[in-house]
Design a protein around this ligand. Structure first.
Ligand SMILES: Cc1cc2nc3c(=O)[nH]c(=O)nc-3n(C[C@H](O)[C@H](O)[C@H](O)COP(=O)(O)OP(=O)(O)OC[C@H]3O[C@@H](n4cnc5c(N)ncnc54)[C@H](O)[C@@H]3O)c2cc1C
Length: 304
């Protein structure tokens, strides 16, 4: 199938609340704001259309990639040959039942945290400033300020690779540092239940404000990035190793190691994906030379 044919087929399958775009510029769908076009980008209207779309892509041997809010993904400059299946607004319902918040995979963490706060539920404050979707956060076991998705997730509904829908218990999610079972088995997170605790609404809000302030003071939130570029190496902090290697503030083309937080590579406005990738390699090389530590990227790199 050529991309026009794929586009037409997906238009039929996306459902009335879904959307399909050909030659979608990935800089518009990722927080790094770089990356060439994807042949086709589809946003399914619901879990059913998502399953149908993924089955059709598999049957026809068309490469695809599941994208949430694109806050941990770098798309290369030549773009992505195949279909980006973006789980977004159409699958972003958030509801609260007792002490449990249920969110569609496309819901933003900030929206889920806000809803929890409005219901005086505590436990999700840590996630309020992480700019990802709930699905992406489960996939990555996102965490901050001592909290992790693993502490709050009670179950996950996911579409397995054979197309069947299955509920995973928290233990079955096999959460670890920036890791979950979904990374291994390729299942797609559809919705998530998070069990929280009753708390004091004013205290919850004030803690969320405090965390937002800490982020603003430490992180370069005014520039496009994908957050921490590297995983935390055992026994070290990536930012500190980068600093000690003399790479804080180093730049290459439009990419720069943030002078504010050396763990973040930022796009100064006109970076290409190539600039960012070259700078990442340089940082890894300098850190290895200086401290002997191998820095592994936390961000996902896709495309050609
Ligand atoms: C300014 C900034 C600050 C950040 N701070 C933090 C932080 O404090 N802590 C932290 O952990 N992260 C942080 N991040 C990184 C990022 O926000 C998280 O990793 C987030 O969980 C990614 O979610 P996403 O929806 O954007 O996923 P994407 O970037 O779209 O995708 C990430 C991975 O998840 C997969 N995926 C996405 N959705 C699904 C799904 N429904 N089912 C299966 N797989 C899926 C994708 O295939 C991809 O491999 C930060 C990023 C930025 C830009």
């Amino acid at each position: 199938m050529n991309k026009e044919e794929i586009y037409k087929k997906l238009l039929q399958l996306a459902g009335s609340g879904g959307s399909v775009r050909m030659d979608a510029p990935m800089k518009e769908y990722t927080t790094f704001r770089v990356g060439g076009p994807a042949d086709v980008l589809v946003e399914p209207s619901d879990a059913e259309s998502l399953s149908t779309i993924v089955s059709a892509l598999k049957e026809n041997g068309i490469p695809y990639y599941i994208l949430g809010n694109g806050s941990n993904v770098l798309v290369k400059d030549k773009g992505f040959r195949g279909v980006i299946v973006r789980i977004g607004r159409a699958m972003s319902a958030v509801s609260v039942m007792g002490d449990t918040v249920e969110a569609g995979a496309g819901a933003l963490l900030s929206a889920a945290a806000r809803e929890a706060a409005e219901h005086s539920l505590t436990g999700l404050e840590f996630a309020s400033g992480i700019p990802g979707s709930v699905g992406g956060a489960v996939f990555m076991n996102a965490g901050a300020y001592g909290g992790e998705m693993k502490h709050v997730v009670s179950s996950v509904t996911a579409a397995d690779s054979d197309g069947s829908v299955r509920v995973y218990s928290a233990a079955e999610c096999d959460f670890g540092y920036r890791h979950s079972v979904f990374e291994k088995n390729g299942s797609i997170v559809l919705s998530v239940k998070m069990k929280l605790e009753k708390g004091d609404r004013a205290e919850i809000s004030s803690y969320m404000k405090d965390l937002a302030e800490r982020r603003r003071s430490k992180q370069p939130l005014n520039l496009p990035s994908a957050g921490s570029t590297f995983k935390r190496p055992a026994g070290h902090f990536a930012g500190q190793l980068i600093d000690e290697a003399g790479m804080r503030g180093a730049s290459l083309g439009g990419a720069q190691v943030s002078p504010k937080h050396a763990g973040f590579v930022v796009n100064n406005g006109d970076a290409t994906a190539d600039d960012i990738l070259s700078l990442i390699k340089l940082v890894q090389m300098r850190v290895k030379e200086n401290s002997g530590v191998d820095l592994e990227t936390e961000i996902r790199i896709i495309g050609g």
